[in-house]
Design a protein around this ligand. Structure first.
Ligand SMILES: Cc1cc2nc3c(=O)[nH]c(=O)nc-3n(C[C@H](O)[C@H](O)[C@H](O)COP(=O)(O)OP(=O)(O)OC[C@H]3O[C@@H](n4cnc5c(N)ncnc54)[C@H](O)[C@@H]3O)c2cc1C
Length: 499
């Protein structure tokens, strides 16, 4: 009996060790297999765009243009060069298309057989003596501007969530970010200089050429060439992060509580779960609170963490990957990320770290602006549209955007919640037809909830949807023809919706 018990004990221990090993392998095996698979599937095989062709961030728009012309880096030479292009366009009876970082996704920078101007080389930046005004040439990217401002203790009031974009492109889309309680970027533009179709240069602001100023902000390059821009700057900030994960039904109350507890919230966003078991049912709300009167560390170079990319890309086309990512974002972030950061550090993040580099698939953004009191009903419809079409939603964040009092073609007539959605899809006609259908349904839903959709993305909206979302579009077209009667400045967006 005693011996038997001893033998049984030995077996029991061995069995226990065996089961523990199996359980350990099973629990770690799946995530490890998933992550390795994600690395293998994350193809970097997208071919470069050929000479005299242009494409944009959709990777759907590889187009032959007459010529790609790089603007010179010195302003005096650039002005002369651009005037000659405008004369050439008139003589050759063709159009001029303008490109910054080309992160629009619907050919807003592109037109067949046009003279395409690459604005990137025109990118000098400087500060006024009191550091309160930034002067930036149109081709400067935020990735260049933020380190420059940081050296002077300054930051930017409103920009996108990534640093990849140019000044010219950002104000032509009238971008917004997750800066708390702020309207789109138009409100922080003091003035700009614009070269019109006849080669003349106009300074535009709320006091000078006001109509043009309002049209150019959010005008998608259709009124002239933005040469340079003056922006208000603000002091850089030391920020401390606070996140809570709550059921979506409690999100608004939790958000109000987080905001109400602090009077110095500077950045805020919410990320919704895309995991199938909790799709849109859970939300992580993150705020950044300014810590005043403490030393602010200098900006450090952005460093890519391969783990973040693998976890992100692993959520493409995989329910399990979406679950792993939600777990990582809600549970691990607090351990891995630093609690204290600076405003410039947060903003100085490129978009390339998470975007697809594959020849076969692409990531497509959508943004919808809906008044707060309609946001729950809108979300319920979005969820059912996504489930019905089995669309591969890989990210959804929510931000607040305050009323736009400046731009003509405005998307924020009043305070809005902005829903930013990233989808992954094949690059091909069938996937595109399906995405067009989904987009139209999502737009209809936003419109039915007194909302808008954002214009820099794919041109899937119908004419009628565009005009419902932007009732001032007819007048926009009329003013474009007034300022540019020969339609020298053009792109696929204009060609599609102006007729
Ligand atoms: C990954 C990703 C993340 C994004 N995140 C956000 C976000 O957080 N918030 C947001 O609001 N938007 C966001 N966007 C959209 C983005 O802000 C716009 O697409 C913006 O226009 C990109 O800037 P760009 O330099 O790439 O512009 P481009 O695509 O190069 O140009 C945009 C428009 O501006 C015109 N243009 C460019 N330069 C000039 C010039 N010098 N003079 C006149 N017209 C000019 C072009 O002709 C075109 O019509 C995002 C896009 C992507 C792909």
């Amino acid at each position: 009996m005693h011996l038997q018990a001893k033998g049984f004990g030995k077996f029991a221990i061995l069995r226990l060790i065996g089961w523990t090993c199996i359980a350990f392998c099973l629990s770690l095996g799946r995530p490890i297999f998933h992550l390795v698979n994600a690395i293998v599937q994350d193809k970097h095989d997208r071919p470069p765009v050929a000479r005299e062709r242009v494409n944009d961030a959709s990777h759907f728009n590889d187009t032959a243009v007459k010529v790609v012309l790089d603007v010179p880096g010195s302003m005096a030479e650039a002005e002369d060069f651009l005037r000659k292009i405008l004369v050439r366009a008139q003589t050759e009876k063709t159009h001029v298309s303008l490109g910054g970082a080309r992160h629009t996704m619907g050919g807003q920078t592109i037109l067949d057989d046009s003279l395409h101007v690459n604005m990137l080389p025109l990118n000098a930046v400087s500060l006024s003596e009191n550091h309160e005004v930034l002067h930036a040439e149109a081709g400067a990217r935020w990735s260049q501007i933020l380190p420059f401002l940081d050296r002077h203790g300054r930051s930017i009031e409103v920009m996108q969530s990534n640093n990849t974009f140019t000044i010219g492109g950002s104000i032509s889309a009238n971008c917004h970010g997750w800066q708390f309680d702020k309207p789109p970027i138009a409100a922080s533009v003091i003035s700009l200089r614009l070269m019109l179709a006849d080669g003349s240069i106009q300074r535009c602001s709320m006091d000078e050429n006001k109509e043009l100023f309002k049209l150019v902000l959010g005008g998608y390059g259709l009124f002239g060439i933005i040469l340079d821009v003056e922006f208000k700057t603000i002091p850089n900030q030391l920020l401390s992060r606070k996140s809570v994960v709550v059921p979506t039904s409690r999100a608004l109350a939790a958000f109000d509580q987080l905001i109400g507890e602090q009077d110095n919230v500077r950045m805020a966003y919410a990320r919704m779960s895309i995991a199938p078991t909790s799709l849109f049912d859970e939300v992580m709300i993150t705020t950044y609170i300014e810590k005043e009167n403490e030393p602010i560390p200098p900006l450090t170079d952005w460093v890519e963490t391969p783990f973040s990319r693998v976890v992100f890309r692993g959520s493409v086309g995989s329910d399990y990957g979406k679950k792993v990512r939600w777990q990582a974002e809600t549970k691990l972030d607090d351990f891995l990320g630093s609690d204290l950061t600076t405003r410039n550090q947060l903003l100085n993040e490129p978009s390339e770290w998470f975007l697809s580099a594959s020849a076969a698939r692409t990531d497509i953004l959508h943004e919808y602006f809906v008044p707060r009191n309609h946001s729950s009903a809108f979300l319920a419809q979005v969820k059912s549209i996504i489930l019905r079409h089995q669309a591969d939603l890989t990210n959804i964040t929510v931000r607040e955007v305050d009323t736009d009092q400046v731009s003509f073609l405005r998307y924020a007539d009043g305070p809005m919640f902005c829903f930013v959605m990233l989808f992954n899809q094949e690059i091909g006609p069938a996937a595109e037809r399906s995405m067009a259908k989904i987009t139209r349904e999502l737009i209809d839903s936003a419109l039915d909830h007194h909302g808008r959709y954002y214009l820099p993305y794919r041109l899937h909206a119908t004419d009628e949807q565009l005009r419902r979302a932007y009732p001032q579009f007819g007048q926009f077209v009329e003013r474009k023809r007034h300022y540019d009667p020969q339609e020298i400045f053009s792109n696929q967006f204009w060609q599609k919706y102006s007729r």
